[in-house]
Write a protein that binds this ligand. Structure first.
Ligand SMILES: N[C@@H](CCC(=O)N[C@@H](CS)C(=O)NCC(=O)O)C(=O)O
Length: 208
């Protein structure tokens, strides 16, 4: 039996943050497929047994159940001694970016991708609003990366892994990603890391 179990599905960038961390730190882990598109996370039983917040990812380790990708990343950084903060100031900086990611960078992009690409909503006021907000968040991260190879401390940390949740997803959200040259260069640096894998290769996906 593997040491870690990650409840996930390939299209989930939030789960990818944890899956990539497990892979880059060479942990012994197995995915547990969650049939999100058939509504599994909304089932009463799943919420009672796996996550009352009704969200993926969920990490099981040593009798504990952890949810929220940022918290999972923090836990794995502590457990593995990799990609975490070197001191208290760096820890605050990492959390500052992980919170920005959860609130804006990932949140707006993921909602836009879900509605516009996966649910094929067409263009609406909602998709226009989400695209504008996601683009604004991308501009902020791009400007930060103009001066540093990684988000905090000049090396890969869990702040990068949090922000990287959706940046390798292939769907076209209508955001002109070529504008973000520093994000593109940062993606290249992440992709070059030993053990990097695309989300659709790292986590299980239902055959369409
Ligand atoms: N802040 C959460 C967000 C998790 C999240 O939104 N997960 C999505 C899948 S990518 C989900 O399970 N959504 C279910 C729902 O909102 O009903 C995290 O970082 O773990």
């Amino acid at each position: 039996m593997s040491e870690f179990k990650l409840h996930c599905f390939a299209e989930s960038g939030n789960a990818y943050k944890a899956a990539l961390m497990l892979e880059l730190t060479e942990q012994d882990w197995d995915p547990v497929f969650v049939d999100f598109f058939k509504g599994q996370t909304r089932e009463k039983e799943w919420r009672e047994q796996v996550n009352e917040q009704g969200e993926v990812p969920v990490l099981e380790h040593a009798g504990q159940t952890l949810t929220q990708s940022a918290l999972i990343l923090e836990y794995l950084a502590e457990h593995t001694g990799q990609f975490g903060a070197r001191d208290a100031a760096e820890k605050r900086e990492i959390w500052r970016w992980m919170l920005f990611d959860n609130h804006k960078f990932t949140a707006y992009y993921a909602a836009l991708r879900f509605i516009y690409c996966l649910k094929e909503s067409g263009e609406t006021d909602v998709t226009r609003f989400l695209r504008e907000r996601a683009t604004a968040a991308y501009r902020i991260v791009d400007a930060h990366l103009a001066n540093t190879p990684f988000m905090v401390g000049g090396r890969l940390t869990i702040a990068d892994l949090s922000l990287a949740g959706y940046v390798f997803m292939p769907e076209d959200t209508g955001i002109a990603l070529e504008e973000f040259v520093h994000i593109e260069a940062w993606k290249g640096r992440i992709k070059a890391l030993k053990g990097w894998q695309h989300p659709y290769d790292l986590m299980p996906r239902v055959a369409l």
